[in-house]
Design a binder for this molecule. Sequence first.
Ligand code: ATP
Length: 363
Amino acid sequence: MAAITMRNVVKQYGDGFPAVNDINLDIADGEFVILVGPSGCGKSTLLRMIVGLEDITSGDLFIGDTRVNEKAPRDRNLAMVFQNYALYPHLTVFENIAFPLRLQKLDDAEIERRVHGAAELLELVEHLGRKPANLSGGQRQRVAMGRAIVRQAQAFLFDEPLSNLDAKLRGQMRTEIARLQKRLGITTVYVTHDQVEAMTLGDRVAVLRKGILQQVASPRELYREPVNLFVAGFIGSPPMNFIPAVVSAGELNTPFGAMRLPDSRSPELDGKDIVLLGARPESFDDAAIVSDAVRDHGVTFEANIDVIEWLGNEQYAYVPYEAPDDIRDQLADLERELDSEALRTQLVVGLDTASQIAENSTA
Ligand code: ATP
């Protein structure tokens, strides 16, 4: 097993902006790191450079203490698990798992020992004689992982391994991958665009945007302390609300009413005209029908609920609003900069499931 270190790693395909731009990332020995970001942000390119399927334009890549930029994939001793599993249809499960060991010309007894060890770990022993066509998606996934395990590779690299599976199986496989990684303690890099996988699987999550690393942190830290608007809006589902507000005289004037600035934030916000108030749907407190409610803290506001989504364990209310006319232009600029419609004209509010609120009511 080994650490993976990237120093100023760049990938330039053509003339445009680099697909991967000056990445510095230290993945510790045994660590599980997730690469996440929107489509085209460079996550697969980065993974393919680690495994050696893509040349590095500039910068340095180390596996352990060895610089591997010029090393062929087979000399890096990394195991990659692809989305489509890349199994050989004409070979049995046993032979699929044994394949890399046959290439290494190990003797039959050693191959038998390693394949059985992996099959036991992955609960595949009873399927060793079958062909991939006769396996479920989850079992195929496990065969692909078995092949990675028997090689005793220095690290596992996963490229969206669960995206072909249905939701239930994806949940099961996610738990299995997490359990297996913990048991084996093997360095793992895992590419996904799935929020749940990103937040539940890794020790740390690396968020990429347009080839640039935005933040590398534990899931908890990303959620609580995003370093910029992009990370704040990308992590979390439904996403964080960004509510435009005008600062004046120690108050935030939002489309929903005025809010006193916390003393700790007053100095840094003073002098700024417009700010965005970030509020996660789940951080709204026990919303309920209120009339002339009086609260001793926070803000109480009235709004028309457009739609309510009831998901069983949670419900979300969609509240339309109009940003004030005088700041619309500035919001449009911010939206362009963010390359998203983050500054929505609606608010998503998480409600207590016990709240009985009718659509089109005032809450
Ligand atoms: P997705 O989630 O859609 O798979 P990604 O984050 O994995 O996206 P990459 O596949 O790494 O993104 O692509 C990053 C950028 O590099 C994209 O703009 C893509 O069009 C470009 N790109 C990828 N492969 C090549 C290539 N072989 N030639 C030219 N451009 C490429």
